[in-house]
Design a protein around this ligand. Structure first.
Ligand SMILES: Cc1cc2nc3c(=O)[nH]c(=O)nc-3n(C[C@H](O)[C@H](O)[C@H](O)COP(=O)(O)O)c2cc1C
Length: 405
């Protein structure tokens, strides 16, 4: 929409191309990795393809397939994929469909660590240290040096397969309390070897992963990293160490960082804010023990954080000031004016998850009507879409104000 002046009075760059390492997005919008729950038995389904195709047709610059594990043992859900040769042709169909609509495709690669589910992978969960994870009632095994070496290699192999599958970018998941984040965080990392203790030691796994990933990515695949600005748990990683870690990633050649926060096993709604759909989440748990535990304790243990538009902006600004590489802002975008504001503050890209659940064409909508606001705002958000991913496909359950009353 040429000539449109954004609400803070500067000319918009939202619909101008943007560069991340070797790739150029047609505009500044990214579909944030939001677990779709659309890989039954670990295999990408037709609905996963259709969802990402609809986001691409809806105007996004790049869409991100969420939470693909680099190893079977890193899976949290049975309907979560892990990158392996058998799924490459399925992902290829998805990336072809996305490309047909002029968008690019990224895949988030990670490992659940202490969130890994033995019923899913047949393996005991692994973590930096043997510490109970109350979320899934998991007692993980501390990783050996050989486990770590294998994990690092798995990242490289996953990047090569992602490239074969047609992905333009990979996003390494180093936040939210999954394996890499568990190593970074003093709350979960109690190791006494070269991977624990000092920040440099806690960063060692991530640094090794980055080198392996960059090597595998070569000059074709962009490498983004999702990081926590704050773990939001007592004894966890705070902003000063997160900034240091982000500088390290910049030095290791990350093409962009996605700034987030929170720990799924303790402060899971810190990354999203808004209401916690306890009832819906408990209803969808398959294990009677976890169901009962959550019934009694989840309201006491999982903290609620109020939602406001651009809730991470204050913290993200400090990262913007300290770093030179492209930054992706994510967190509470429900309007075009919010996107414009973020870009005007020096962030190169904006990412959205919830706004694209009910409206995969949200980007086209705000292009056509700059005043359009996502129904997420009206929803609260109650975050019912988050509950749906536990046992099935991510979907918006919000029926509008009238139905909610
Ligand atoms: C249903 C759902 C699933 C999510 N799954 C993931 C995930 O697999 N990986 C991840 O990094 N973030 C995940 N997130 C967090 C989002 O990527 C994003 O950081 C967060 O929702 C804030 O963005 P928003 O306000 O635009 O929704 C998820 C969010 C939602 C709503």
């Amino acid at each position: 929409m040429p000539g449109y002046q954004n609400p803070i009075g500067r000319h918009t760059m939202l619909f101008t191309p943007g560069i991340i390492g070797p790739i150029t997005l047609r505009n500044r919008t990214i579909r944030s990795a939001g677990f779709e729950g659309m890989c039954p038995d670990g295999v990408p389904s037709e609905s996963l393809l259709r969802y990402h195709e609809s986001v691409a047709a809806g105007g996004i610059g790049m869409t991100t397939v969420a939470y693909v594990s680099v190893e079977n043992g890193g899976r949290t859900f049975s309907h979560q994929a892990w990158m392996r040769p058998e799924v490459v042709p399925e992902f290829r169909k998805l990336t072809d469909a996305v490309h047909r609509h002029g968008a690019l495709a990224s895949v988030q690669l990670g490992h659940g660590g202490n969130m890994g589910d033995r019923k899913v992978s047949g393996q005991r969960a692994v973590a930096p240290s043997t510490r109970m994870n109350l979320f899934g009632l998991n007692l993980p095994r501390a990783m050996t040096a050989a486990d770590i070496d294998r994990n690092v290699k798995a990242y490289g192999e996953a990047v090569r397969m992602s490239h074969d599958a047609g992905f333009d970018a990979v996003e390494i998941h180093a936040g939210h309390g999954y394996l890499i984040s568990q190593f970074l965080s003093p709350w979960t990392n109690r190791r006494r070897d070269e991977y624990g203790g000092s920040l440099e030691n806690r960063q060692r796994l991530l640094r090794r992963v980055m080198r392996e990933v960059k090597n595998a990515a070569g000059s074709k695949t962009a490498v983004l990293v999702k990081v926590n600005m704050d773990d939001a748990v007592r004894g966890g990683m705070k902003e000063a160490e997160s900034l240091e870690t982000s500088r390290m990633l910049e030095g290791e050649g990350a093409d962009a960082l996605v700034l987030s926060g929170g720990f799924v096993s303790k402060s899971s709604f810190y990354m999203m804010k808004g209401k916690i759909p306890h009832r819906e989440i408990i209803r969808r748990q398959s294990s009677p023990i976890i169901k009962t535990g959550m019934f009694f304790f989840s309201r006491l243990v999982v903290k609620e954080y109020p939602f406001r538009e651009l809730y991470f902006l204050d913290a993200a600004r400090r990262f913007r000031e300290a770093l030179k590489l492209p930054l992706v802002y994510v967190g509470g975008i429900v309007s075009r004016s919010a996107m414009e504001r973020v870009l005007a503050e020096g962030f190169q890209f904006v990412a959205l998850a919830r706004a694209l659940v009910k409206e995969p064409d949200f980007v086209k909508r705000v292009q056509a009507d700059p005043g359009h606001v996502s129904p997420c705002l009206e929803c609260g958000p109650q975050n019912l879409c988050v509950a749906t991913m536990y046992d099935g496909e991510m979907e918006c359950l919000y029926q509008g104000n009238a139905a909610a009353q």
